[in-house]
Design a protein around this ligand. Structure first.
Ligand SMILES: Cc1cc2nc3c(=O)[nH]c(=O)nc-3n(C[C@H](O)[C@H](O)[C@H](O)COP(=O)(O)O)c2cc1C
Length: 369
């Protein structure tokens, strides 16, 4: 069984993750992890924090001479910002935050945990945690790559700007996304996205967006129709929905499909090469009956606008019960491009989990067999 946990606060010393269940013998390319960490940090519209952090992973256990041993893999990512926070953090000299930001975890978290300060909530609710997930997801990608599975992403919309995604192979869309600071394969739309982000910043506002994660090379048979919590689509949706600010997930163009008749939606079977079966389209997004069907897996996610806005939203000071402006502290204007990279990590994780369940094995060699 593959599983992972993360821990760490946004402005604390570091983030950590423990990954358990990776097979022995998997070559661990640390630079591949660093590349994904850098991709998560990028994107037009990120806040000043990203200039402070330059995420690097330290592997503390479970990897010897560049290969997994089968033991738990412990990862550590230092928070460079800790140096700035440490003196006041350790002296208990940080003023309590008593005005919750609408859209953030502040109010619900304070109420749930009986806190009169939002700081402990926001320290953990912060999407800084997703750096640890991206490192974990990079390990999952390395395992998947051994079996010919690749995972990539692109941004389809930012605010009201919706890209026209050309009908190109996923690899070409990924290549174009990689070359774009908004991760959008449609250059004309990308320019308008940047302008929309600039306009939002100017207005003290923020934007959300839509991103798409695609996995290619996924074999038929991951997940199962036989029980609700084994359905691959359900597991993908939960994993992607767990990304902070993601509020909607669809597999394939699900909401568009819901408006069309069945004969225009379902992917017809056609004779394939060498007696195999082919499909005329992929409107199912690669999953039928909760099982991967051999087509690329396509997961689309809607991210709400960033809750911390420079132009303040109305709130209430929980210490006094009086109206107050929601506080602003350094924040992203738009993080959809970064969230797409986190989306890749979560999709890769679910697929790696489902693959290890399906084929078993304690070593890479045994998995291959
Ligand atoms: C990559 C990424 C970066 C984010 N950056 C910020 C940010 O700078 N400021 C902020 O208020 N929220 C940011 N968020 C969103 C919040 O973390 C999220 O809205 C909050 O934790 C509440 O959770 P919920 O939106 O899922 O309900 C970011 C989310 C992601 C995925």
């Amino acid at each position: 069984m593959l599983r992972f946990l993360t821990a760490g606060e946004s402005h604390g010393p570091c983030l950590v993750a423990i990954v358990e269940g990776l097979p022995a013998g998997l070559p661990v390319d640390v630079e591949a992890i660093h590349r994904d960490l850098a991709r998560r940090q990028g994107g037009y519209g990120r806040g000043a924090r990203m200039q402070i952090e330059q995420d690097r992973v330290e592997i503390l256990s479970g990897v010897i001479s560049g290969r997994t041993t089968g033991a738990p893999v412990a990862l550590r990512i230092e928070n460079r910002d800790w140096a700035n926070w440490r003196p006041r953090w350790e002296a208990g000299d940080l003023p309590p935050l008593t005005v919750p930001r609408p859209g953030h975890a502040d109010y619900a978290g304070m109420t749930k945990y009986g806190l009169d300060d939002a700081r402990p909530v926001l320290e953990r609710a912060s999407a800084r945690e997703t750096a640890a997930r991206v490192a974990v997801g990079a390990l999952a990608k390395l395992l998947l790559a051994e079996f010919g599975v690749a995972v990539g992403s692109y941004v389809e919309a930012i605010g009201e700007i919706v890209a026209e995604i050309p009908p190109l192979p996923p690899e070409e869309l990924w290549r174009r996304a990689e070359a774009s600071d908004v991760r959008c394969p449609d250059e004309a739309a990308a320019a308008r996205m940047r302008a929309a982000i600039d306009a939002a910043a100017e207005a003290g506002d923020t934007l959300g967006g839509v991103f798409v994660v695609i996995a290619t090379g996924v074999p038929v048979g991951l997940g199962s129709h036989v029980h609700w919590d084994r359905r691959l689509d359900a597991r993908l949706a939960a994993a992607v929905m767990s990304i902070p600010a993601v509020k909607g997930v669809e597999v394939g163009p699900a909401f568009e499909n819901a408006r069309l008749p069945g004969t225009r939606v379902h992917d017809e079977f056609v004779p394939g090469e060498d007696g195999a079966i082919g499909r005329g389209s992929n409107r199912a997004g690669g999953v039928e009956g909760g099982i991967s069907n051999g087509q690329p897996i396509v997961v689309r996610a809607a991210m709400k606008p960033i809750p911390t806005t420079k132009r303040p939203l109305r709130s209430v000071d929980l210490a006094t019960g009086q109206p107050a402006d929601a506080p602003y502290q350094r924040a992203d204007i738009c993080a959809a491009p970064a969230a797409a990279v986190v989306g890749e990590a979560m999709v890769a994780w679910v697929l790696a989990e489902a693959l290890t369940e399906k084929i078993g094995g304690d070593s890479l060699e045994e998995m291959r067999r």
